[in-house]
Every structure is written in structure tokens, then in C-alpha cells.
Design a protein around this ligand. Structure first.
Ligand SMILES: CCC[C@@H]1OC(=O)[C@@H](C)C[C@H](C)CCCCC(=O)CCC[C@@H](CC)/C=C/C=C(\COC)CC[C@@H](O)[C@@H](O)C[C@H](O)CNC1=O
Length: 165
């Protein structure tokens, strides 16, 4: 069980390294507010900082976010041990992505108090600017979607089994 857990912690570490490397590159190669077009106005790399959480909510609540993230990380590790014991690979992978993303943003909050964001999407046809985000956010959102999917699949499997009985 121990080495199985190690594989998922390695995945989390990979997410943390990629997230930290991209944030470091943005901070060293771009000025704050600078923007580079990748695909026209649709997709740009913009050097941005967020003092809050998703959609910029709760600005300047650094200590609150640090505490919340520590609780979330402890919860994820606890569930990861459980899902590894149950040999649920899909759930374990989802949790390792969540863990990596949460720690990735935690490092920003603990060190500078602000999160570095740079993926900048603008949907011209509805004039909507999606909040600028980073690799850690992607890992978290993918992890959350996989968690939801895992529960939906589980629910359907149980439903099928109860119908079979
Ligand atoms: C993704 C979670 C946000 C991330 O949470 C974290 O760190 C966690 C581990 C710790 C938080 C302190 C606590 C969770 C708050 C819950 C929350 O926020 C609800 C989220 C809904 C979510 C659906 C799952 C939408 C998606 C968001 C965005 C799209 O992401 C692709 C926009 C990202 C941009 O606003 C960007 O500026 C954000 C900045 O990077 C800081 N990031 C965070 O706070």
C-alpha cells in the first residue's frame, strides 16, 4: 500500500513542480500586467496576481486561505490513503491532482500572499473575460470534475447492482 501511495504523491509533486516552474517563468520573464497574444484575443498569457480565491473572491484573506488550504490538504491525504487502500485508481488520481493544485497555490499564499495567474481567456462573442488562472487551478478543477464523475459512476454502478438483485 505504501509504494502505491508514493505513485500518487509523485503525481502531486509533478503538478507542484510544473505549477511552480510556470509561475517562476511568468514572474521572471514578464512585467506585472504584461500580456502576450497566443491565439488572437481569445487566449493570451497575462502576468496577473490574485489576492483572493476563485473569481477574485475574498481579497486579502491570506491567513484564512492558508488555514483553509491546510485543512483541505489534510482531508485530501486522508481520502487518498482510503482510495489507495480501496484500489480506486481513478479517485486516487483525482485526489493527487487536487493535492498538487492546492499545495501549488498554498506555496504562493504562504510565501508572497498573492497567487500568480497567467492563462487569460476572452470570449468575444459574449464579451466575457474568464478569470485569469494557473496550472494549479487547472489541476484543482480537473480533480474536482473527476471526483464528481467518480461519484456519479459509483452511484450508477450501485443503482445497476441494486436493479440486478
Ligand atoms: C480552482 C479553485 C481556485 C483555487 O482554489 C484553491 O487554491 C484552493 C485549494 C484553496 C482555496 C483558498 C479554497 C477553495 C475556494 C473554493 C473556490 O475558490 C471555488 C472554486 C470553484 C472552481 C470550480 C472547481 C471554479 C474555478 C475557478 C477558476 C478557474 O480555474 C481554472 C478561476 C481561478 C481564478 O480566479 C484564479 O485567479 C484563482 C487563483 O489562481 C487562486 N486559486 C484558488 O483559490
Amino acid at each position: 500500500m505504501r509504494n502505491k501511495m508514493g505513485i500518487y504523491l509523485l503525481i502531486s509533486l509533478l503538478v507542484i513542480i510544473i505549477d511552480a516552474a510556470t509561475k517562476w517563468w511568468i514572474k521572471s520573464e514578464m512585467n506585472y500586467g504584461e500580456s502576450i497574444q497566443v491565439i488572437g484575443d481569445f487566449f493570451r498569457i497575462t502576468s496577473h496576481r490574485n489576492l483572493g480565491a476563485a473569481f477574485g473572491i475574498l481579497q486579502n484573506q491570506r491567513l484564512f486561505f492558508i488555514i483553509i488550504t491546510i485543512v483541505i490538504v489534510i482531508g485530501i491525504v486522508w481520502f487518498l490513503r482510503k482510495s489507495v487502500q480501496e484500489q480506486n485508481k481513478f479517485l486516487s488520481f483525482a485526489l493527487s491532482l487536487l493535492l498538487g493544485g492546492a499545495i501549488g497555490n498554498f506555496i504562493d499564499r504562504a510565501t508572497t500572499g498573492e497567487v500568480v495567474d497567467f492563462f487569460d481567456f476572452y470570449f468575444a462573442f459574449i464579451d466575457y473575460h474568464f478569470p485569469i488562472f494557473n496550472i494549479a487551478d487547472c489541476a484543482i478543477v480537473i480533480g474536482v470534475c473527476m471526483l464528481i464523475l467518480d461519484n456519479l459512476l459509483l452511484w450508477r454502478k450501485e443503482k445497476k447492482e441494486s436493479v440486478m438483485k
